[in-house]
Ligand binder design. Structure first.
Ligand code: PLP
Length: 468
């Protein structure tokens, strides 16, 4: 049995060109988040083409994209108008600095558009090149903010176990997935992890509302222990993504924010995944969870993955402090060569135009509940312990025993097995340990959902047989 998810069998169908490319990749490309025990043996699977909800590999095999690239191709693949907008910008003025007072038209337009789409008090945008960099830059800005307020001890950031905030040194430290940092160092003095909000695995006998009380109390106790004077911010994904699509109990985010407010702790919403339509709104914090973060970070769906881009949306209150000169000649000494890159911003502007024109958020609000309902119908399978998530952000948790929720041994690689079986049948989903994530382009219809659920039904049956 192959133990990892692969798209196709190479040995028989490779042309010399594909084989040469495959070899170059194998010899020189260090792939992120890749199991090298498998990679050394099998090398890569080349994805060469994409259109709409589909991608195609080098052998011409077509798959339904069940993960939107990597939670990002929200408007779907092959959007010629985004390519044209990028080409137009690249040939007109591909790049110029945004340091000092320099700017470019797409960066200025996009900042204003983001301010329009975001909750009313978030009117200022700091650009970066992706989600990790956005989170990293945010923490530096938050520290700077408190330094400027004369509160230099307010440094610690509260994050959560199983949170995913990226892999720059600082973002990796915010990340709370233990296996992600295995054998890597982190900046422990800066971050304290609270428990994740995991309703499926909450303590036995606790109602969801008691569980929420318990989590809020943990925050209060942590603040009492560390001291509010030493804590700068709390960072949270509205729905935890890579950590297992964990939907917190009702009112969790509001209550956590209230405690933060009372202790002058900033509330940072990492909307890298939940933003740009995945939950049916451009931003989920206010629209879905009724919170008013001091900062929202976004990336991925911001440009639908057509160009690297991250954005940190900052409140008026914070901006007032950040934009006060340190002294004569003092500058806000942080930023990137590619902050506000014109080509990425042009891609994002066209992406947003498409989302509005085609009512992509409305599609998620319409089809999302159907996706939830149809995926839930798979819970009759022996290995499916939980089907959870919201709208276009879904997950299956595989277990050995539904009653005890015990996991299968790691060596069973159950998530890989399900993903492999699905891929054999023309659907790409993402295995993460014992989980399988479904986070599609936001243009899936009910018909596509039916097709996907039918494939998954077969894939899960095949998985159960292979485990027997
Ligand atoms: N934050 C969240 C919630 C994410 O899911 C991710 C990536 O998956 C990141 C941050 C990091 O983004 P990037 O990979 O663009 O650096």
């Amino acid at each position: 049995m192959r133990t990892s998810a692969h798209l196709s069998s190479k040995a028989t169908s490779d042309t010399p060109d594909i084989r040469a490319l495959w070899q170059k990749d194998k010899d020189h490309f260090i792939h992120p988040f890749t199991d090298f025990s498998v990679f050394h043996e099998r090398g890569c699977d080349l994805i060469t083409d994409s259109q709409g909800i589909h991608v195609q590999d080098a052998h011409g095999k077509r798959f339904i994209d069940g993960i939107a690239g990597l939670w990002c191709v929200n408007v779907g693949h092959g959007r010629r108008e985004i390519g044209e907008a990028m080409a137009e910008q690249a040939t007109r003025m591909a790049y110029f600095s945004t340091f000092n007072n320099l700017s470019n038209a797409p960066a200025a337009e996009l900042a204003a558009k983001l301010a329009e789409l975001a909750p009313a008090h978030l009117n200022h945008v700091f650009y970066s090149c992706g989600g990790s960099a956005a989170n990293d830059a945010t923490i530096r800005l938050v520290h700077y903010y408190f330094n400027r307020l004369g509160k230099p001890d307010k440094k610690r950031i509260l994050s959560r176990t199983n949170a995913y905030h990226g892999t720059t040194y600082l973002a990796a430290t915010l990340t709370g997935i233990v296996s992600n940092n295995w054998a890597f160092d982190t900046l422990e003095h800066l971050v304290t992890h609270l428990s994740e909000a995991n309703c499926y695995r909450r303590p036995e006998g606790m109602s969801e509302s008691e569980y929420c009380d318990h989590l809020v109390k943990e925050l209060e106790d942590t603040i009492a222990r560390i001291g509010a004077d030493n804590i700068a911010a709390f960072i949270a994904e509205p729905i935890m993504g890579a950590g297992g699509v964990l939907v917190a109990p009702p009112r969790y985010h509001q209550r956590m924010q209230a405690v933060c407010r009372a202790n002058e702790i900033l509330y940072i919403a990492d909307e890298v995944v939940t933003g740009f339509g995945r939950l049916g709104h451009f931003f989920a914090s206010e629209a879905v969870f009724d919170t008013q973060p001091d900062i929202i970070n976004c990336a991925k769906g911001l440009s639908s993955g057509y160009a690297p881009l991250g954005a940190t949306l900052i409140s008026d209150e914070l901006y007032e402090v950040l934009s006060t000169p340190q002294g004569p000649g003092g500058v806000l000494s942080t930023g990137f060569t590619y902050s506000g890159h014109p080509v990425s911003c042009a891609a994002a502007l066209k992406n947003i135009e498409i989302m509005e024109r085609e009512a992509i958020c409305e599609n998620v609000l319409d089809v999302g509940p159907y996706l939830e309902e149809r995926l839930s119908s798979l819970s009759h399978h022996a290995t499916v312990g939980d089907v959870r998530g919201s709208r276009f952000m879904m997950c299956l948790e595989n277990v050995a025993d539904k009653a005890t929720k015990a996991l299968l041994p790691v060596e069973a690689r159950v998530g890989d097995r399900v993903a492999f079986e699905a891929q054999q049948r023309g659907l790409i989903i993402r295995p993460v340990g014992h989980l399988n994530i479904v986070s599609p382009p936001l243009i899936w219809t009910r018909g596509v959902v039916d097709e996907v659920v039918s494939i998954l039904d077969d894939a899960l049956s095949a998985t159960t047989r292979s485990l027997a």
